[in-house]
Each structure stands twice: as structure tokens, then as C-alpha cells.
Design a protein around this ligand. Structure first.
Ligand code: EPU
Length: 430
């Protein structure tokens, strides 16, 4: 078992470089299934969701090799539409992009239900609605989603999503890239990773327009060709280091970012008394005085991202006064709250509203990462308090943060990862 040990109470200082976006990398990696050729993808984050995705693709015949630590060649020329191993697919949410990719290439797919962080109910009805509109017959049975089509090829359609959904927008866009005819997605999600996946597909010869707006048009093409493509920086990783800098009253330059993607995060940090200086591909974060309480509502892009909610809560625990966070995307993204309460945080959850009575210093405690963003939030909270906090559930943090411990150490944090003996083995050896 691994633990992260954090001895907090020191401001973070220096420079941290952000990795490629996990939530852009995943759909792009699966979209390679549509391409009977080699794709070279740069700025790939070294996170376990990506590694598991490579294993899933290797399982259907993809040849994948690392050219450098962050550049990968993916060759899906010979992939076959197989049944992907349940034990791998359930490791992550993004594995559901295999459905859209296989449906687009083979006109059929069978993939186990995806895993991912536990935020309560996470339906995939909009994905299914999209695949059905594209001519698929979808059966969900025995933990699997199976798509078949009488013609063996998806066909273009008009699709209106009932909610703004990142996953279904990407899945339908991927499936439609090589289908017959024109697809129009209305009420499409507008996140930067959707634009990035559309740009990747277009660099392979797809004809997608409107990504980044709420109407995306996809003119299906017969074939895609190989490409060389660099993934955008991870806005949530960037935001997490911005919050860590602010919570510790540090002074940090966060590099390899697209400042436009960070606008809602920067705006809320500024309301909380943080100074953000913007450069071409970097932001500098500092806190000249006291942190101030503020209110946040999570919204689809360009609103404040739900993936920054737990980190923002950790920060607001350090701001005097009462702050509120309204979680409007997921109905139960609050499991991290109990962990912050172990540190003495005064937080209440009422429905989807989190109220935070901030300003009392937190104290070190044994803690658990309950999910990816909740995990980094407890690390941030631990960085603010004196004493040593031990954090378990490291594997959840590593799903989406590339070398978080190394990057925090680079900012002067007293943080290390330790490998503890398995308690059962220890007992047996005693
Ligand atoms: N929804 C439906 N039906 C669907 C799909 C979604 O009702 O068929 C609802 C969800 O229940 C939710 C809302 O629509 O209330 C938004 O869900 P969305 O589909 O946008 O989320 P997702 O695709 O499951 C992705 C990211 C999440 C991120 C959300 C929102 C990946 C692999 N996951 O999830 O990332 O929170 O979009 O931006 O891209 C993370 O990185 O920590 C993470 C959880």
C-alpha cells in the first residue's frame, strides 16, 4: 500500500509545469481506433487512466510504443472489434469512448460499463440516444453495452442532448467522424477537450466544425489518415496547482497553460484575494493579504469546472467567513468533505450546497483520497497545516495527476510517497 506523507505549513514557491490534459488525451487515444495508420501523439500525460487505456487498446490489437516519456505512437491498423476485458474497462470512465470509436470503425461494439469516480448516479442514456440516432441498436445487458447496426456502418443524424454532457458529445463526435452522411449535435458540451479531440480528428482528415460552440457539425468521411498531434495542457491540473499555491500563501508560476481555459478559475481565485498575473503560456499566483470568502457554482464550460470543486473547498477552508459551493453538475460529489472535516474543517452539505465556515487553521490527520479531485483536495488541505498528514488512496490521485508528489516537491513542499508493507503480509510475517 502506498501513502503520501505531507508535512505542511510552508508556502509553495517556484515554478511548476503542467502536463497534457487527461480528459483530452482519453478521447483522442480511443479515436485512434478510427485510423488505419500510425498517429503520433505528443504531450501525453503519464497518468494511470492513460496507461489503462493503452492496455485496453493493446487488447484489441493496437500497437503502441513510447517514443519519449510524453510522445506515443499509436498504430490501430490491425485492431479487431473484440470484447474488452471488464477488469480494465472498469478502471476508468473514459473507456466508454471505445464504444464510439468501434461503432465508427466497425459499425458495432461491445464494451463493459465504464468505471470512474463515484459521484452518485452517472447515467449514459445520452450516449445511447446518440448511438441509436446514428443507426445503432443498443442493448445493455449483463454489465455490457452492445451496439450493432444492420448496415455495418453508422449513419449521420441530428442529435439534441438533454443535458450538457462532455462524454456523450465526444462519443457521438468520434462515432460520426467516419459515418455515412452529416451529423449535427445540438446542445453539445463546449469544454476545451472537445475542441482538442475535434482538432485531432480534423488533422486526420475528418470534417468537423463548430466544436467549442453548442452546435457541432460532422460530415462523415470514408477514411482517416495518420497524424502528428500535441494534446492541450490540463486546465484542471493547472487549476489545482494555482489553488495549492494560494492556499499556502505561496508564490508560484504555473507554466504550459492556456490562460483562456483558466478564466473562470482565475476569476474565483481573484475574488478570494489571490493575485493572478497572466502571461502567454503561464500564470503567476500570489496572495498579498488575507484570503477572502466567496461563493462558487459549478457549471459546464466556460463556467467554473466541477473538477475544481473539491480543491476550491480546501482553499475556502482557509478564508475567513462563510463560503458556499453549489455543485450543479453531479448530485453526489461530496465524499471528500468527511476527509476535510477530519482536519477540523467546518463544512456542511445540504443537498447540492456546501457551506464552509473558514478561517480556523486545519490540523494534520490520517486522510484518504476518496476520488481523483477529492484526493488532490486533501493533499492541498494537508499542505496548509503544520504536522504530518498521511494520505492513502494514492492510486486514485495518480489516475489523473502526473507525478503530483515530484511536482509539489519541486515547489518546496515537504511531501513524499512511501510504500508501506501490506498489513496482511506484515501480520503473516509477525
Ligand atoms: N449525464 C446524463 N446522461 C449521460 C451523460 C451524462 O445524465 O448520458 C449527466 C451526468 O450525470 C452529469 C452531467 O450529465 O450530471 C455531466 O456529465 P458529463 O457527461 O459531462 O461527464 P462525464 O463525461 O461522465 C467528464 C469528465 C469528468 C468531468 C465531467 C464534467 C472524463 C473522462 N471525465 O465526465 O472528469 O467531471 O466530464 O466536466 O472526461 C475528472 O477528471 O475528475 C472527472 C470526473
Amino acid at each position: 500500500m502506498e501513502k503520501i506523507l505531507v508535512r505542511g505549513g510552508h508556502p509553495l514557491c517556484g515554478c511548476v509545469e503542467v502536463s497534457g490534459s487527461k480528459n483530452a488525451a482519453l478521447p483522442i487515444i480511443y479515436a485512434c481506433v478510427l485510423v488505419r495508420d500510425k498517429c503520433i501523439i505528443e504531450n501525453v500525460p503519464c497518468v494511470s487512466d492513460v496507461r489503462h487505456s493503452f492496455d485496453i487498446l493493446r487488447g484489441i490489437g493496437a500497437r503502441i510504443r513510447n517514443l519519449t516519456k510524453t510522445t506515443v505512437e499509436i498504430d490501430c491498423t490491425d485492431v479487431e472489434c473484440g470484447i474488452s476485458e471488464y477488469s480494465l474497462v472498469r478502471q476508468l470512465r473514459g473507456s466508454y469512448y471505445l464504444l464510439g470509436a468501434e461503432f465508427g470503425r466497425f459499425g458495432r461494439s461491445r464494451v463493459a460499463y465504464p468505471g470512474g469516480c463515484d459521484f452518485g448516479v452517472r447515467p449514459i442514456d445520452q450516449h445511447i440516444k446518440g448511438f441509436e440516432a446514428l443507426g445503432g441498436t443498443v442493448v445493455t445487458d449483463g454489465g455490457y453495452v452492445e451496439i450493432t447496426s444492420p448496415t455495418g456502418r453508422a449513419r449521420g443524424a441530428n442529435i439534441y442532448f438533454d443535458v450538457s454532457t462532455v462524454g456523450a458529445t465526444l462519443n457521438v463526435m468520434i462515432a460520426a467522424a467516419t459515418c455515412e452522411g452529416m451529423t449535427v449535435i445540438e446542445n453539445a458540451a463546449r469544454e476545451p477537450h472537445i475542441v482538442d479531440c475535434a482538432n485531432f480528428l480534423n488533422s486526420c482528415g475528418a470534417r468537423i466544425s463548430g466544436a467549442g460552440s453548442n452546435v457541432i457539425k460532422i460530415k462523415g468521411v470514408d477514411q482517416l489518415h495518420g497524424t502528428n498531434y500535441a494534446i492541450i495542457p490540463d486546465m484542471i491540473e493547472a487549476g489545482s496547482y494555482m489553488v495549492a499555491a494560494a492556499a499556502t500563501h505561496g508564490s508560484v508560476r504555473v507554466t504550459n497553460v492556456i490562460p483562456k481555459h483558466l478564466e473562470s478559475i482565475a476569476a474565483k481565485l481573484e475574488e478570494a484575494g489571490v493575485v493572478i498575473d497572466e502571461y502567454d503560456d503561464a500564470v503567476h499566483v500570489s496572495v498579498p493579504g488575507e484570503l477572502r470568502h466567496t461563493n462558487v457554482k459549478t457549471l459546464p464550460y466556460p463556467g467554473f469546472p466541477t473538477d475544481m470543486h473539491p480543491q476550491m473547498c480546501a482553499l475556502l477552508c482557509c478564508a475567513k467567513g462563510t463560503s458556499f459551493i453549489n455543485e450543479s453538475i453531479f448530485d453526489n460529489r461530496f465524499r471528500y468533505v468527511e476527509e476535510l472535516k477530519r482536519m477540523g474543517a467546518k463544512i456542511k452539505v445540504d443537498g447540492r450546497i456546501v457551506s464552509i465556515e473558514g478561517g480556523t487553521p486545519l490540523s494534520a490527520a490520517p486522510l484518504m483520497a476518496v476520488d481523483l479531485r477529492g484526493g488532490i483536495a486533501v493533499v492541498i488541505a494537508a499542505l496548509t497545516c503544520e504536522g504530518v498528514s498521511e494520505i492513502t488512496g494514492v492510486n486514485l490521485i495518480e489516475r489523473g495527476y502526473d507525478d503530483a508528489v515530484g511536482k509539489l516537491r519541486g515547489l518546496g513542499a515537504d511531501v513524499k510517497k512511501v510504500l508501506l508493507p501490506d498489513p496482511d503480509v506484515k501480520k503473516a510475517n509477525a
